[in-house]
Write a protein that binds this ligand. Sequence first.
Ligand SMILES: *Cc1c(COP(=O)(O)O)cnc(C)c1O
Length: 365
Amino acid sequence: MKRVHNFNAGPSALPLSALELARDELLDFEGSGMSILEHSHRGKEYEKVHDETLGLIRSLMAVPETHDILLLQGGAHQQFAQIPMNLLMPGQSADYVLTGGWSERAYEEAKNVGTVRLAATTGVDHGGKTVYRRIPRFDELQLHPEAAYVHITSNNTLFGTQWAAFPETKAPLVIDMSSDIMSRPVDVSKIGLIYAGAQKNVGPSGITIVIIHKDLVQNARKDIPKIFRYSTHAKERSLYNTPPTFAVYLARNVLRWVKELGGLTAIEARNRQKTDVLYAAIDSRPDFYKCPVEQGSRSRMNIVFNLPTPALEDEFVAAAKKKDMVGLKGHRSVGGIRVSTYNAVEPSSIDALVAFMDEFARSKA
Ligand SMILES: *Cc1c(COP(=O)(O)O)cnc(C)c1O
């Protein structure tokens, strides 16, 4: 069996052990004579999986009892709408910080629900297109004293920037962590709401993790459809409607792997090591590889860089593919090269890529 070096931006690489366990358990889940896919979501077999997944999220992220953990559907995109539907009261506004394509989408969608304010943007014009090269400094944020919440995107998947630390805000902080959830420890007690599609660091597509302070659940708007109320899902332990049972199961397998590795402190050290090697490879050839991101804003999850010309970038991607390295093309709206180094990407894949980068640059010198 051949497994490639998978640098996909999402859905993305999964730990081999998580896939192997799914394979081994597929036809007969724990002696029940059927797969977990075929079990009722109200049965004890699935309930056990469901609770284990929720428990692993709580323990790995050290989520305090003040917060609920919800497993929802609709991806981060649904949260772009569901957050203001629940948290934005009539007469109030919410603050948005723009640092990339996803925060732009969150902002635009929230406008369809209520009043939003631009608290800061790091977007600059680049030949008629808005690009983002950095995270704002805390003193650039113009926060409204009465805002319902402040929305930020912790890691900018397209532009390769990441908040190294989060601002202290008076209003609850709402964070789109889709592309860096569980890549490092964060202090959940300081955050009002965290949301993330699972398909980058936690599992397959199909589940969205929402970690929300219980006060926000309680005080949320009640005049919205029941299915969109956070309180509905909090009360029913995310079993109000049929959850994506297989996605929850596979996330369980991934989270077991994270735990075995030593939890988020160990994961962070591993991710740091991977990206240190990669950034060093880029910076060692400034005449050939260029990371457009400002030093203090560089992402530890999506590393973007350019070659001297778009034609060379295409050649780079094609030559890498021949060496079983896939998923290196930058997002269609940005171009260049993007290396996604999510949790499940092995350090050995980064080593292979770095060796290839060296070889490729030398062949063009
Ligand atoms: C991938 C991604 C999204 C979109 O997620 P969907 O599950 O497709 O809705 C949103 N925000 C960030 C930061 C992402 O990386």
